[in-house]
Design a protein around this ligand. Structure first.
Ligand SMILES: [Zn+2]
Length: 115
């Protein structure tokens, strides 16, 4: 195993542009700091929108638990959550970005997010 400074890590694919690049660090995910920022800023912005819908959908089990008013808002939250996920997925595909499941596998293989 090479150390952090040794170099020689195998080329890998950038999740943002899908270009194969030579990493400078063992756990380098993106080809450039710009693509790292682009991916993560977009994920942060999407997360701010998704989180309330995600939590309400989950705690109401997609609108099947709670008082009638909670079920109603739970169904709406669940529907909006699914629509947003699809919208983001379509955007990512159109832009030629890595699929999210593939991105998670990629991170896991590099020893990130292994829990
Ligand atoms: Zn890139």
């Amino acid at each position: 195993m090479p150390g952090q400074q040794a170099g020689g890590w195998p080329p890998r694919e950038c999740p943002e542009c899908r270009k194969v690049f030579e990493p400078n660090r063992a756990n380098q995910l993106f080809c450039s700091s710009q693509h790292n920022a682009d991916w993560n800023n977009r994920a942060t912005a999407r997360g701010r929108v998704l989180t309330p819908f995600s939590i309400v959908a989950r705690v109401t089990r997609d609108g099947s638990r709670g008082k009638p008013e909670e079920r109603e808002i739970g169904r709406k939250a669940s529907s909006r959550h699914r629509a947003l996920i699809q919208e983001y997925r379509d955007e990512d595909r159109a832009a030629g970005r890595m699929e999210w499941a593939e991105y998670m596998i990629h991170r896991h293989r590099l020893g990130l997010d292994t829990r």
